[in-house]
Design a protein around this ligand. Structure first.
Ligand code: PMV
Length: 324
């Protein structure tokens, strides 16, 4: 039996979104993206390789997994085994401190924590770039949960050049993400299947073409702590991605009526002078990004809106790390 390792990673919220791959197997994205790791929510994963095992074993929140859940973990461990030239199976035990199926994407924190714990457990000592590349193979957005704070995923052209880097530490800017949860169910179309539809939208080519401009705008707004400029590009990018989704074949519509009400309300608040803006991932929940000074009234106000079942908050967080 080899030593076990435990790693912790946070989910992240994308300011400039990743949608669509140029290579589905390697998860090479069509465009670069920018995100922030979210404190308060985390995945903790322990991995141990054991030559006595006849297959991989995966437990999530105390329950043994089989079927597609186990398969996805096992496929990921194959990448680790290839890198470590090993043929041993592993015991993987993972838990989220936020409810699975609460409408918060857990695949980013899951594969970032698994990449770190599994590579260590296999005797590898990967640098941050190679860890990010490895995490990307499990879930694209997971590569952004490896570095600290505010992160940019450089899309690259091949496996070696597609990875994420930190562009500012978690202490750079007092931003918060207040997540208005309107649906706790699992999404009808997961993001892996969704990415494959991006190419079917007539708007997709244009979205990809001018992504570098939005990346530049967002990076500059973030580094200069310019909330007005940040808000504009974040909302444009989210709406652009949802326009691509809606015009795909078949169409993907993730928003619910409560999503629309929330987005409208956030725009009103900003018109009234509040430093708030909104972004939506592959689901109906609305991430309200705000300066921390807005958080107190914002949380109360979100709870009062129709259809809001929960409000979770995250602040900028560090990247993936080993548990001590
Ligand atoms: O990493 P995936 O395959 O779960 O894709 C994430 C897609 C979005 O959340 C919609 C956007 C993003 O950049 O996180």
């Amino acid at each position: 039996m080899q030593p076990e390792f435990t790693a912790i990673a946070h989910p992240n919220i994308a300011f400039i979104k990743y949608w669509g791959n140029r290579d589905d197997a390697l998860r090479l994205p069509l465009n670069g993206s920018i995100s922030m790791n979210l404190s308060g929510m985390e995945t903790r994963t322990t991995v141990q390789f054991d030559q006595a095992l006849v297959q991989d074993h995966f437990e999530l929140n105390g329950e043994t997994q089989s079927g597609p859940g186990l398969q996805r973990v096992s496929d990921f461990l194959d990448h680790v085994r290839r890198l470590a030239s090993s043929n041993h199976f592993a015991r993987v035990s993972s838990s989220n401190n936020f409810p699975t199926g609460a409408g918060i994407a857990s695949s980013a924190s899951a594969f970032a924590a698994l990449a770190l714990a599994a590579s260590k457990a296999a005797g590898l000592d990967l640098n941050q770039k190679d860890l990010s590349r490895l995490a990307r193979l499990g879930s694209g957005s997971a590569c952004r949960s490896i570095p600290d704070g505010f992160v940019e995923w450089l899309p690259g052209e091949d496996d070696a050049s597609s990875y994420a880097v930190s562009i500012a530490s978690k202490d750079h800017w007092d931003l918060v993400d207040a997540i208005a949860v309107v649906s706790q169910g699992h999404k009808p179309v997961g993001s892996s299947a969704g990415h494959k539809l991006a190419h079917t939208s007539p708007l997709n080519a244009q979205r990809v073409l001018d992504a570098p401009e939005r990346i530049r705008n967002c990076r500059e707004a973030l580094l200069g702590r310019d909330f007005a400029r940040f808000a504009e590009v974040v909302e444009l990018d989210s709406n652009y991605m949802h326009a691509v989704m809606r015009t795909s074949n078949p169409p993907l519509v993730y928003w619910e009526s409560a999503t629309e009400v929330l987005l409208w309300q956030v725009w009103q608040w900003r018109k009234e002078g509040h430093a708030v803006c909104a972004t939506v991932d592959a689901g109906p929940n609305v991430h309200v990004l705000a300066l921390k000074s807005e958080l107190e009234w914002l949380q109360k106000a979100l709870w009062e809106l129709p259809g809001v079942k929960n409000v979770l908050t995250g602040e900028p967080a560090e990247g993936a790390r080993l548990a001590v």
